[in-house]
Ligand binder design. Structure first.
Ligand SMILES: Cc1cc2nc3c(=O)[nH]c(=O)nc-3n(C[C@H](O)[C@H](O)[C@H](O)COP(=O)(O)O)c2cc1C
Ligand code: SF4
Length: 262
């Protein structure tokens, strides 16, 4: 079964769908048109990014056909600013090369101090790569783990050439750390990282949870060593961060809220 159909008359060959797909299911074909990988439909997670990021409405994803994509230009941001950010935030996987200034990071973390922590423990701290070169070096180490763990066969890897499937070429990675024995570390970090994610979206920055990177940290000692954490500290969560290359025009569909009442 074909996963996507591209309207050739509308497609501007910008490649936003190709660069935004989390699983690399779309490739740049001859003349720049997106072409789906063999078996793409069975790997699609229905995130809707390929549709939402297309500025020309040229792509149909058949697994999402008939489902509602909302045009964010129709939302009244001023009427409910938080609802606007919650709905329009997207995981971004295509970044500009431009670095984010240190003062921007400081202002984000200064606000995130007000997020809840278990028993008001406030044990979290942040580790940020400021230079793109440093981010790239960590991504390369994480990639070693990814290849060894999942793609020992070069031909099966779902990314092209020297693309970065771990941090997607983001200029920065933001890691949320706490003492390793702290029992609420993962929960506090998830709350704090989510606060960063929403704040960043409200300021025109782009983020994406760095799950592969976090898993690599757990499974690949050379990456952990390179990070040089203070003794007894652990990374509990993290994000790629930068400025977005593309605008996500549409909000993808989601399942209805599942609720039980008593
Ligand atoms: C814990 C967690 C880990 C994730 N890790 C990755 C990752 O390593 N790479 C990636 O591209 N996306 C990652 N994501 C992003 C999800 O794929 C994304 O949130 C989901 O597809 C929904 O898309 P949206 O965030 O644009 O709404 C992660 C998300 C979460 C919550
Ligand atoms: S819905 Fe998501 S996973 Fe599926 S092809 Fe589009 S971008 Fe890729």
């Amino acid at each position: 079964m074909a996963l996507v159909t591209i309207d050739l008359a509308l497609c501007d060959r910008e490649g936003a769908c190709i660069d935004s797909c989390p699983h690399g299911l779309l490739l740049r074909g001859q003349d720049g048109l997106p072409v789906e990988r063999v078996g793409a439909a069975s790997h699609c997670i229905r995130c809707g990014q390929c549709v939402s990021v297309c500025s020309k409405s040229a792509l149909t994803n058949h697994l999402l056909a008939g489902q509602e994509f909302q045009d964010k230009s129709t939302f009244d941001r001023a009427a409910d600013p938080l609802a606007y950010i919650i709905k329009t935030r997207r995981s971004v996987r295509a970044f500009q090369k431009r670095a984010v200034d240190k003062t921007v990071f400081k202002s984000l973390f200064d606000l995130v101090r007000y997020a809840p922590t278990a028993n008001n423990s406030q044990k979290l701290w942040w580790l940020v790569t400021l230079e793109a070169e440093s981010t790239k070096n960590f991504a390369a180490l994480a990639l070693e783990w990814l290849i060894r763990s999942y793609y020992p066969n070069e031909l099966e890897k779902p990314w092209e050439g020297d693309a970065d499937p771990v941090l997607r070429g983001a200029p920065h990675v933001v890691l949320c750390c706490a003492p390793e024995e702290y029992r609420w570390g993962a929960t506090d970090a998830a709350i704090a990282v989510t606060h960063v994610e929403l704040l960043a979206a409200s300021r025109g920055l782009a983020t994406c949870w760095a799950g592969i990177f976090i898993r690599a940290l757990e499974g690949w000692p050379p990456l952990l060593e390179a990070l040089a954490l203070p003794p007894g500290q652990k990374v509990f969560g993290g994000l790629m961060l930068g400025y977005p290359r593309f605008n996500h025009r549409l909000v993808p569909p989601r399942k209805p809220a599942a609720i039980g009442w008593r």
